[in-house]
Design a protein around this ligand. Structure first.
Ligand code: AP5
Length: 217
């Protein structure tokens, strides 16, 4: 079992790339944002605590997120692709302790870089499939569904995420700018760290990431 990580700012394309990569490689996609949104929609204890934090663009506390992730990893046996985790240096260090205790190795750390100036437009015009099992990602300008408001994949209605407004986006960027530099420094320079230009078209980014995995195979 191996763990791969997608790093990047809100709207950098982690979810878009993760969904495409898992269709080509045998990987389990673990998005902490999706896990937390599922907890919010089910009204679990964690979901009730996380709801307001997420809607306002604040991070959920490290211990809660680490607990959710480690519980999921204990039930998985295949290679995993993280999207949105780890998000802080504390999460990265806890993950490493957990992985070494379980004999799991770290694979690629792919850092998707997109200039801050283009991120807000990506996020505020994003639409997502309301069916959590699908979760297909759209954009009102650059990736429109064939039928307005309807998912191309599973035909469920599309919705806006609660945190996809300008105000929450700015708060998410404040959190990102506070936490990202130490996280990136933790991974940069390691043999499996790669920085990818996230301002290219999704197809080009996907091809770059796929090449990395094929080189390793
Ligand atoms: P999370 O769901 O992880 O959100 P995020 O990191 O802010 O990232 P996004 O999902 O907004 O963006 P993305 O990079 O996946 O981009 P996407 O592919 O959708 O987290 C949400 C919240 O949960 C957090 O704020 C926090 O509260 C909590 N949380 C989650 N994990 C946590 C953790 N580890 N610790 C603590 N709290 C945590 O693309 C965005 C848009 O751009 C789409 O419309 C897409 O079509 C478009 N697009 C994608 N790629 C391209 C491209 N190459 N060119 C043009 N457009 C593109």
């Amino acid at each position: 079992m191996k763990i791969h990580i997608l790093l990047g700012a809100p709207g950098s394309g982690k979810g878009t790339q993760a969904k495409r990569l898992v269709q080509k490689r045998s990987l389990i996609h673990l998005s902490t944002g999706d896990i937390l949104r599922d907890a919010v929609s089910k009204g679990t204890e964690i979901g009730l605590r996380a709801k307001a934090l997420m809607a306002s663009g604040k991070l959920v506390d490290d211990d809660t997120v680490n607990g959710l992730v480690f519980a999921r990893l204990q039930n998985e046996s295949g290679d995993v692709l993280f999207d949105g985790y780890p998000r802080t240096l504390q999460q990265a260090e806890s993950l490493e302790t957990f992985l070494s205790s379980q004999g799991i190795s770290l694979g690629f750390v792919i850092d998707i870089f997109v200039p801050e100036s283009v991120l807000e437009a990506r996020v505020v015009d994003r639409m997502v499939c309301s069916n959590n099992d699908c979760g297909a990602i759209y954009h009102l300008v650059t990736k429109r569904p064939h039928q307005e408001g309807v998912c191309d994949v599973c035909h469920s209605p599309l919705k806006h995420r609660a945190d996809d407004c300008s105000e929450a986006f700015r708060s998410r960027m404040v959190e990102f700018n506070k936490t990202f530099q130490p996280l990136q420094a933790h991974y940069k320079g390691r043999p499996n760290y790669r920085s990818v230009d996230g301002n290219l078209a999704p197809d080009a980014i996907h091809a770059t990431i796929l090449d990395l995995f094929q080189e390793q195979a």
